[in-house]
Design a protein around this ligand. Structure first.
Ligand code: SF4
Ligand code: SF4
Length: 384
């Protein structure tokens, strides 16, 4: 009994933290066959689940932090083991004991930045709207059609600011009645929740919800599929429902309705990469492709794994802040796949994917062979 009792305590804790479904696993191993980790190194979700069933989880090791929550294995699991919820439960347990493996030690500093300034970079909250300088973007006011919520990366990161700026140019050109909340916004909280920090997620979410309600926000346009997922599927846990639309959907809508016109050719071959949280998690596959297809002279190709089978860039589940060995980045494979297809540009619609793919261009020595763009950057280049 002496050796069993502590394990039972762990089993109960995993259950209480949201990982009860581990008990349904019958060890078929289908999860391991689809997991992108096994294209770069050995990793077994099946083993992690098995250990959790018996209360044998090793919270000091990196393994519990590896899952990028890409959503591939939950779709294949015959027993609905809910691997993403299970991993969040294990991370809640580890972070509850303040145990972080070396690769995820940055999560502590990230949490401090989110707590203090509402963004993971610990940048001054007051500068959150600086990306919009000179673009004529108005502060959001009640009665406007749309709140544009760019995401922390698009607000602060020098590369991703270009995505927010391209989006504002598109909205201006199409005459959309929109505004931004700038320094009043927080991070949506999606990724910190996936690292197991539920209290911080709730704080960020509650503050955002209050701000949205105070300003009479009804419809939110987002650049990040992670903001999309959280606003649409997780904020309703707080008994609110905002209409949420992703920039790739909205751009397609503006083109379809004739509110935005394209007047230039784009004689390039591009490969479209489906972000996990736009495609697999939320079913938005065709709008970005159809928007690209509307551009004259463009050739849009498909990567080897696409639509529902798309390969994760490696940045989900909080991994955007983790240390990943250079040779173990999924996005390296994506860049190689695009180059093999003869693509000149790898186009996507997620700030995390852009970050990962830009980095992989350099890591794989392909900086001169391929460009990485968000779909809004392509559309802004060809619009009238
Ligand atoms: S696919 Fe599901 S049932 Fe099969 S090993 Fe993985 S978690 Fe267990
Ligand atoms: S959700 Fe994706 S990254 Fe996580 S274990 Fe499953 S296949 Fe691997």
């Amino acid at each position: 009994m002496e050796t069993v009792a502590p394990f039972k305590e762990v089993i109960d804790e995993v259950k209480q933290l949201g990982g009860d479904a581990v008990k349904y696993c019958y060890q078929c191993g289908k999860c391991d066959t689809v997991c992108p980790w096994n294209q770069v190194r050995k990793f077994s979700m099946r083993k992690l689940i098995r250990e959790a069933v018996f209360g044998l989880t090793e919270i000091e090791k990196e393994e519990i932090w590896r899952c990028t929550t890409c959503g591939k294995c939950p779709q294949r699991c015959p027993r609905d083991v809910k691997q993403i919820d299970d991993m969040i439960a294990l991370r809640r347990m580890a972070s509850g004991y303040n145990v972080f493996a070396a690769a995820v030690k940055p999560y502590r500093g990230i949490a401090q930045g989110l707590q203090a300034q509402g963004n993971p970079f610990n940048e001054d909250r007051k500068t959150r709207a600086d990306w919009a300088e000179g673009l004529g973007v108005k502060p959001y006011a009640e009665g406007m059609d749309i709140l544009y919520f760019p995401c922390c990366y698009a607000a602060y990161d020098p590369r991703l600011k270009k995505v927010a700026q391209a989006t504002a140019k598109i909205l201006n050109k199409a005459g959309v009645d929109y505004g931004i909340l700038g320094s009043k916004e927080n991070c949506c909280g999606e990724s910190i929740r996936k690292t197991g920090n539920e209290a911080l997620f709730k704080k960020l979410a509650r503050e955002n919800i209050k701000t949205f309600i105070d300003h009479g926000v009804k419809k939110i346009l987002v650049s990040s599929p992670h903001c999309y997922h959280t606003f649409k599927n997780e904020y309703p846990e707080f008994n609110v429902n905002f209409e949420v639309i992703h920039t790739s959907e909205y751009v397609f809508q503006l083109l379809k309705e004739g509110k935005l016109e394209i007047n230039k050719e784009y004689a390039k071959t591009v490969a479209y990469h489906d972000p996990c949280y736009l495609g697999r998690h939320n079913g938005i596959f065709e709008e970005p492709r159809e928007a690209l297809q509307k551009i004259p002279a463009i050739t849009v190709t498909e990567l080897p794994e696409h639509h529902i089978d798309s390969m994760c860039c490696g940045m989900g589940g909080g991994r955007v802040w983790a240390e990943t060995e250079k040779h173990e980045r999924f996005s390296n494979i994506r860049v190689e796949q695009a180059i093999e297809l003869g693509a000149e540009e790898l186009v996507t619609s997620c700030p995390y994917c852009v970050t990962a793919l830009e980095d992989s261009r350099l890591v794989t020595n392909h900086a001169d062979d391929i460009q990485v763009k968000d779909i809004t950057e392509v559309i802004a280049e060809v619009m009238k």
